[in-house]
Design a protein around this ligand. Structure first.
Ligand SMILES: *Cc1c(COP(=O)(O)O)cnc(C)c1O
Length: 372
């Protein structure tokens, strides 16, 4: 069986270093908001090219707390509209509605699955106050154009970089384009902890401090509460794990790209649409960090069964768009045919830094052998 992602094999590579780091935390006697978190925040900010990083308990909280902080700072208020791609993972939308802001779901660009600048422009109203730019599948949204639109209309830009650690345009990394960015370090993400973890990055010190306070009961100084906060902190153990794995992120990304290039070259089944990089990144496929390698296939369930019979595990990212979820039943009448078509046709092939080139060849052969 070729698994979709072999997390055990991925973490086995760093077993000794992870054990050493865990031992360091155990022996320190200090488990929440200590030296490991501080060091990781500095290292990850440097990696992204931002001045600040603040750890959170998970990626959803990173997005929730950033929007909440903008509310506390008077930059957003209840009912403000936030433009977000309709085909994103539901967490992007949850962060908006959790803050009683209004998600304005827009159709994506059909070739990159990311935001389309023109469609963003078309969605702007008097109430629009922010854009959530999701870097879906590991490729940056067209951030140059998005920041231009944001400047013109004085909108805040929050990147959802949960799938795009290290992805870049013109050498500028995910997390450094918007006014702030949320990251997830869920185990299956490109930079994955050994449990839940997340962070925000920003160059805005006031925002960073507000997020830091909100995730710590609303407090920066012990027992002094500025806000009615919550508890959402990156813990020392996960920070220590992430410090080990951050050192190997670029090498892991290179391995993902090699697989993606092999898939892109090898797959030639006319029933299958391959991912393409946007104009901004087409010259350098490497700007896409291939968190996922997503195909579109009209006969998707037959395709998945065919690959399964060949011993290849595939997944769907994502089977149901947010506006068709029960949780968002009031959005179900929205007219988003492109997003719905994407959700009906996408299927993700196995990809990960420990996948062997032999397995990659097997996947290519099986994909090319599929017929209806
Ligand atoms: C994983 C993910 C999140 C949420 O991160 P968690 O750490 O799982 O809470 C948000 N947005 C996108 C696009 C994601 O892929």
């Amino acid at each position: 069986m070729i698994p979709f992602l072999d997390l055990k094999a991925i973490n086995q590579q760093y077993r000794q270093a992870l054990i050493q780091a865990a031992t360091r935390v155990i022996d320190s006697g200090w488990y929440v908001l200590g030296q490991e978190v501080k060091a990781f925040e500095q290292e990850f900010a440097a990696y992204c090219g931002t001045l600040h990083c603040v750890g959170t308990a998970n990626g959803l909280d990173a997005l929730v707390l950033t929007l909440r902080a903008w509310k506390e700072l008077g930059k957003l208020k209840e009912g403000d509209e936030v433009i977000v791609p309709a085909n994103t993972y539901i967490a992007s939308v949850l962060a908006i509605t959790e803050n009683r802001l209004k998600p304005v779901l827009v159709e994506p660009d059909k070739s990159t699955y990311n935001l389309c600048p023109q469609k963003v422009r078309d969605a702007i109203t008097q109430k629009t106050k922010a854009i959530m730019a999701v870097h879906l599948y590991g490729q940056l949204a067209p951030m140059g154009a998005i920041m231009e639109i944001a400047d013109e209309h004085q909108l805040l830009v929050l990147e959802d970089s949960a799938q795009a650690h290290g992805a870049s345009i013109d050498g500028r990394n995910a997390g450094s384009w918007g006014h702030a960015s949320g990251f997830s370090f869920y185990p299956g993400k490109n930079l994955g902890a050994l449990g839940d973890a997340g962070a925000i990055t920003t160059n805005d010190f006031e925002l960073a401090q507000t997020v830091r306070a909100l995730g710590n009961y609303g407090s920066l100084n012990k027992y002094e509460n500025l806000y009615q906060g919550l508890n959402s902190r990156l813990d020392e153990m996960q920070a220590a794990m992430l410090r080990v794995k951050l050192q190997y992120l670029d090498a892991d990304t290179m391995l993902r790209k090699q697989i993606a290039v092999a898939y892109a070259k090898g797959i030639n089944n006319p029933l299958v649409i391959k991912p393409i990089a946007s104009d901004a990144t087409v010259s350098s496929l490497h700007n896409h960090v291939f968190h996922l390698f997503v195909l579109r296939v009209k006969h998707r369930s037959a395709f998945q069964s065919f690959l399964k019979a060949a011993g290849i595990e595939t997944l769907i990212h994502y089977p149901i768009p947010p506006h068709k979820q029960y949780a968002y039943s009031s959005y179900s009448d929205l007219n988003l045919p492109l997003a719905e078509c994407i959700h009906q046709e996408v299927v993700s092939l196995p990809i990960g830094p420990t996948m062997s080139m032999r397995d990659v060849s097997n996947v290519i052969e099986s994909v090319n052998a599929f017929a209806v």
